[in-house]
Every structure is written in structure tokens, then in C-alpha cells.
Design a protein around this ligand. Structure first.
Ligand code: BYC
Length: 329
């Protein structure tokens, strides 16, 4: 369904759960059912390993690439206090990427391979970081609402089955909750400021709403991986459930500020207890996650340049005896 640039190929015959030793598989599934954590040295089905590598790796890339749109606002943030806070947030996101690469490495894929797959366009990362942050308000909307969406996802999955991923998520959630407060404070500041500040944050919210709706992944009926991942408690909530939870928690807060959202159908349906909304453009989502969004080339270009410019540092670290290491031209 999602051709081109897919990081996940259909499982080979020997990776399918039916090909596993039935006794080991039954014991593994019983452990998951009992709520036990699976650790790196434990037996696990090949498909569980493959799915976890895909998901954790994509998550790590999202943190690293996700630091870029906010990173460009560090020098332009209004005032020293906000510059410092913005810098600390961006630094946290890069740290989350490092934690997640380490968690993915426990499953047998090296960091070098993961980074190569990112810069060669083989691995995916979150759709949302392929949009431009035109104004300071765009950066604030990311800090508040993208972090809010991430917390919904991560709090759920921190209760999942793979120990190293859950422990990384626990730590990440603690830091993200500061980001959420920081982002909320910045948005409230603009929303209650001058008419120009209010206009700026309103426009940013309209720009980011469709990618935010995409952020939780395709509707459950279109999702490829949810069923298997929920069976093995890698994913603890479906894409639609996470989207509903986000709407429930944040639409009232947005409306409270007198801000509007660009969806005339958006309302809580009192009969179903769920939010009605207009489906975002899923064709656009597919284009963006497969490499054809407004900023994909720019984001990967920056990451590639950082990789190339840092090569001499890695060579020096790997060869501490060397007296002088020739920097790359
Ligand atoms: N973006 O079967 P589905 C942050 C892909 S960073 C791109 O539903 P699944 C932050 C999906 O990969 C936090 N691709 O997939 C950082 C699959 O393609 P492949 C980011 C997406 O895995 C800095 C295909 O669509 N959070 O907060 O069951 C600054 C079919 O989808 C997306 C994470 O990474 C997407 N949004 O569920 C500020 C959380 N959605 O792989 C903030 C970890 C779907 O077959 N990831 N696709 O080629 C997850 O929880 C799950 O992977 C998802 C998707 C819920 C995103």
C-alpha cells in the first residue's frame, strides 16, 4: 500500500509467526499476556524483532530530524530566556534520538546502518517534520502540540512489551512533559498578546493541523501493522484511538484560547463519545512519508551534511593513537 521508500518489507516465509517453533512462540506470547517485559537476550519471534527495529528506528530518526524545524528558531527566539529554553528543548530531542538508537541496537541493527538508511531515504521518520516552520509561532505550535501528540503515543507504548524501548520511553516522557508546558506557555503568550501575535499563532495552528491529524498514522482500517503490533503489545493503542485521545485532551484547550481549527466538522459526538472530524488528505500523507513533502530534501540534506562533516571526529575517536587526523575538505 505504501510503496517507494518503505522501510518494511513483507515478512519472508521464515519470519512469519507460523514458521516459528510453536512451543517457544506460545511461551513468548504467554509472557506478553502476563505483562512481562521481553529483554534483548530473550527468545523472540523474527517478526517481533523486525517490527521493533522498524518502529524504534523510525522513532529515533523522528527525534533527530524533529530537532531541525525548532533548531532553526534558536537564534531567532524572542529574548535570551526563550533562546535558552528553545536550545534546551532541541538538545533534549537529540538526546531522545540517542536513547532510541541504543534501544534499537539491542535488537541487532547497528547505528551506522540506521543512519545510512535514514540519509539514503530507506527508513521513514515522522511525516510532521517535513513541513516548514515559517514563524516563531510555528515553532511554538510544534513545541506544544507535536509534543502533546508524542506524549499520547509514548505514554501508551511505555507500557508495552519490549524492555529497552519502554525504559527509553519512560525517560523521554518525563522530558516531553516539560516541553509540553514550555510550548503551552509560549502559545498562550502569543494568543493573549497583541493582535499581530494572535494572528501569527492562529495562522500557524491552521498550517499544522492537517499534519497533526496525520501524525498518529493512517486510519485503523488502512493501517498495515497495528493488528500484529497490538497482539504483541508493542503498540498499546490503535492509531484512531490515539488520535481521539489527542482531540479529547487538546481541542478544548485550543478553543479555550479563542483559537479556531480549520475543520468545520470537528465536534465531540455526544452519542458515540468520540470526535467527528474531516479525514485529512491521506494521499498527501503518503506522498510526504515517501519522500515528497515540502521539506524532505532539505531535512535529509542537513542530516547528510552533519554526517559528512562529523566523519573526521568519529575517525579520531575510533583511532585515539593518531596524532593528527586530516579533516575532510
Ligand atoms: N509518519 O501500519 P501503520 C517527537 C507509516 S518525535 C511517517 O499504521 P504503525 C518530536 C508506517 O511507518 C516522535 N510514517 O504503522 C521530536 C508504515 O510504513 P512502513 C515521533 C508513518 O507503525 C522533535 C505505514 O505508514 N513518534 O515527538 O503501526 C521535536 C503504515 O502505518 C506515520 C514516533 O515515532 C507518520 N506519522 O503505526 C518535537 C512514535 N504513521 O514502516 C517532537 C513511534 C504511519 O511499513 N511510532 N507511518 O514503511 C509509532 O508509534 C508508530 O509507528 C505509528 C504508526 C503510530 C507512527
Amino acid at each position: 500500500m505504501y510503496g517507494g521508500g518503505n522501510s518494511f518489507e513483507a515478512p519472508a516465509i521464515n519470519e512469519r509467526p507460523e514458521a516459528e517453533n510453536p512451543e517457544l512462540l506460545a511461551e513468548f506470547e504467554a509472557r506478553i499476556e502476563r505483562g512481562e517485559k521481553i529483554e534483548p537476550s530473550d527468545w523472540m519471534p523474527a517478526l517481533y524483532r523486525k517490527q521493533l527495529i522498524r518502529m524504534i528506528e523510525q522513532h529515533a530518526h523522528s527525534e533527530i530530524i524533529g530537532a531541525l524545524p525548532e533548531g532553526t528558531w534558536i537564534t531567532r527566539a524572542p529574548g535570551f530566556r526563550r533562546k535558552l529554553a528553545q536550545m534546551a528543548k532541541v538538545q533534549d530531542e537529540v538526546g531522545h534520538g540517542q536513547l532510541l538508537y541504543s534501544a534499537a541496537e539491542t535488537l541487532g541493527k547497528s547505528r551506522e546502518e540506521m543512519i545510512n538508511d535514514l540519509i539514503n531515504g530507506k527508513s521513514k521518520y515522522s511525516n510532521i517534520f517535513n513541513y516548514p516552520a515559517f514563524t516563531w509561532a510555528d515553532s511554538n505550535v510544534i513545541s506544544w502540540l507535536v509534543d502533546a501528540g508524542a506524549i499520547v503515543n509514548q505514554l501508551a507504548n511505555a507500557k508495552g512489551s519490549y524492555g529497552p524501548y519502554c525504559r527509553a520511553l519512560d525517560r523521554i516522557c518525563a522530558e516531553e512533559s516539560f516541553h509540553l508546558k514550555y510550548g503551552h506557555d509560549a502559545v498562550v503568550h502569543l494568543a493573549t498578546g497583541t493582535p499581530l501575535q494572535r494572528k501569527m499563532v492562529q495562522e500557524a495552528l491552521h498550517r499544522w493541523w492537517p499534519p497533526l491529524m496525520h501524525f498518529f498514522g493512517p486510519p485503523d482500517k488502512m493501517s498495515i501493522h497495528t493488528e500484529q503490533l497490538m497482539r504483541w503489545k508493542v503498540k498499546m493503542a490503535s492509531n484512531d484511538d490515539m488520535r481521539q485521545q489527542f482531540l479529547d485532551m487538546y481541542v478544548p484547550k485550543i478553543w479555550e484560547l479563542g483559537l479556531t481549527l480549520p475543520d468545520p466538522l470537528l465536534k465531540k459526538n455526544l452519542e458515540t463519545g468520540k470526535w467527528d472530524y474531516t479525514e485529512p488528505d491521506w494521499e498527501e500523507f503518503k506522498r510526504v512519508i515517501n519522500g515528497d513533502g515540502p521539506c524532505n530534501k532539505e531535512r535529509l540534506g542537513v542530516r547528510k551534511q552533519a554526517e559528512e562533516k562529523g566523519a573526521w571526529v568519529r575517525r579520531a575517536l575510533l583511532n585515539p593513537q593518531a596524532k593528527y587526523v586530516q579533516p575532510l575538505a
